[in-house]
Design a binder for this molecule. Sequence first.
Ligand SMILES: C[S@@+](CC[C@H](N)C(=O)[O-])C[C@H]1O[C@@H](n2cnc3c(N)ncnc32)[C@H](O)[C@@H]1O
Length: 304
Amino acid sequence: MQVPPTGHDPVLLNEILEWCSPHDGQLVVDATVGRGGHSLALAKAIAPHGTLIGMDYDPRNLAYARDRLAKSDLTTQVRLFHANFSELIEVLRQANHPRVDLILADLGVSTNQLFEQEYGLSFSNPVPLDMRLDPRNPLTARTIVNTWSEQKLATVLYELADERFSRRIAKKIVEARKRSPINTTDELADLVRSVVPVPRGSDRSIPIDPATRTFLALRMVVNGEMENLEKLLRVAPDHLKPGGKIAIISFHSTEDRLVKHVFRSAEQTGQLKVLTSKPIVPSETEIQANPRSRSAKLRVAERL
Ligand SMILES: C[S@@+](CC[C@H](N)C(=O)[O-])C[C@H]1O[C@@H](n2cnc3c(N)ncnc32)[C@H](O)[C@@H]1O
């Protein structure tokens, strides 16, 4: 897969603008600034009087986005924070804006993070097994595969990535590390490939590497992705103005189920109104132009 010139193409951008209708003077939070694609469009939509508050827990992406936004002749006020979106309350306190008009989170990783060697997420190159997007985080994928019990490994593979061969993979990892520690992404990918069959008879145009789900589950554990999302969803509605919107783009079923469930519960208590009865998905044209958008699902809710 090609990495776009900016490192990442924002997904469902038109749909975000359509469903969230950002406009002049609004206060908008981009909780996952990434390479700045959504931020830039939002900042333009709320110009000239609006304020964009952005955060990312990867300081490298944040620095890129800061530079990109600075070069874009924006009149909007932009405030960027190196923060985990689970720290939303602290960021809003620092920004001195306790309630906002829109909170957007575009979950997961940007395309450049998948391919740049320093992140240790790429399984096509032999790079150290790291997977941390936030350098403040002490836990690496290397620690997990070399120290966690077989049972615990199998559970995370199954629960976070729906990996059908979770037990087989966990057993193989534990056998292999008795001989020598698993240090690099290609070592781990080869172990998984040796016990997981290549998907057959599928009509997918892009072949899926058998190691994909294992890498997804490990990345999610290392970065605490489900815990962060739970925390964001728990606190975000309280920080929306009446009529303010929360929009979440997720990329796999575990995340989407959580978003759907939390939105529905908040609807039952009268805090939110769910605007998207079914998740919004990318058009065929977007999928053709950006195959990584294929699994994206957008849900939007409004504060009552
Ligand atoms: C899919 S990318 C976002 C791309 C962005 N919308 C754009 O247009 O370039 C996800 C970004 O969110 C960041 N991220 C993921 N989880 C986060 C969290 N809990 N807190 C802060 N940033 C997070 C990642 O580091 C990555 O840069």
